[in-house]
Design a binder for this molecule. Sequence first.
Ligand SMILES: Cc1ncc(COP(=O)(O)O)c(C=O)c1O
Length: 414
Amino acid sequence: MGLQQSDALDVERRREDFPILQREFDGQQVVYLDNGATTQKPDAVVDAIADYYRTYNANVHRGIHQLSQEASIAYEEAHDTVAEFVGADGREEMVFTKNTTEAENLVAYAWGLNELGPGDEVVLTEMEHHASLVTWQQIAEKTGADVKYVPITDEGYLDMEAAADLITDDTEMVSVLHVSNTLGTVNPVADLADLAHDHDAYIFVDGAQAVPNRPVDVEAIDADFYAFSGHKMLGPTGIGGLYGRKELLEGMEPFQYGGDMIRKVTFEDVTWNDLPWKYEAGTPVIAQGIGLAAAVDYLEDVGMDAVRRHEERLAGYALDRFAEFDDLTVYGPTDPEDRGGLVAFNLDGVHAHDLASIMNDHAVAIRAGDHCTQPLHDVLGVAASARASFYLYNTTDEIDELLEAIDSARELFA
Ligand SMILES: Cc1ncc(COP(=O)(O)O)c(C=O)c1O
């Protein structure tokens, strides 16, 4: 098995924690390279969720009984675990949402709808995921604000000179992804935070492709908001994290109303609950929160520096192998240190969907389409691309298998 060992990361040992990786289709073992869409879950995460349901299932914050107390403690401590993982200052700054998309909507509705108006600007980038692009576009339409886009360079980086021109005193919010889910580019989010703050604007960082793959410190970035999805970092679906600076979360209106997010209600009036519960209306994502905390424990055991180095090496290996073929177009920076562990590409003369389907015949799972970045694909001048995205359990052998499957597509369409 190629690249079994990346520094402290023993890939072969870790793969044993993911029984799904042993699945075979027509006698071929699955090669799972669709981690940008969602990652597989180690036994530790599945067990933590099953343990909650089997041994202490109860609603939280509502019962005096023992089961509810145990569930409440586990759920609250999950916030501490996740907050610490991204450098937030405790559970008050860590709201559990459904996913990155909901975190984006939470801030857009709770802050944007109330704070934006005609003459205000929201600055996005050409590489934004629809989660941010569509959300801010719609909030801008509702409020009369304008949306501006920082362009990308031919090499797939953000044009930082253009960013410095576009972010002005009219800017109220800069929303940017940390790592592009199509180009792989790692964006200079701390520099963008400085630019935003120089103009008294806030910055929202979409970390959906960053938190799973590299150490993230929201305070070092000086982010005002930072969002990510549990299912892309070994956790279950149905949970995401929204970091928000405490004074901002305290000052904002709630996103949704109902039980658990209130302190005192009368027929005339209401006061809000403490952070972060003010933003978690109704029965929250209890099992998912416990599962996400187990995923964070697992990642910390592996070590995020080791995960980042492993991803860089896999991306570097893939870029070198792809460069052997003239008929493969790869998007994004060529230096693996400037990118996360994913590679979007096209094979001349073969539609990305056909390519993914042929990969499937070889039990290689990749994604094909626009990866929720249609405007970026317009900039790239293609309707779709194929994407291989790696994680801590992938090997260079699997990248070779991907290349072999691409070769059979080549033969088929020759
Ligand atoms: C960069 C980026 N942002 C946001 C999202 C949306 O994540 P979710 O669907 O979990 O809300 C994704 C998922 O593909 C992503 O890659």
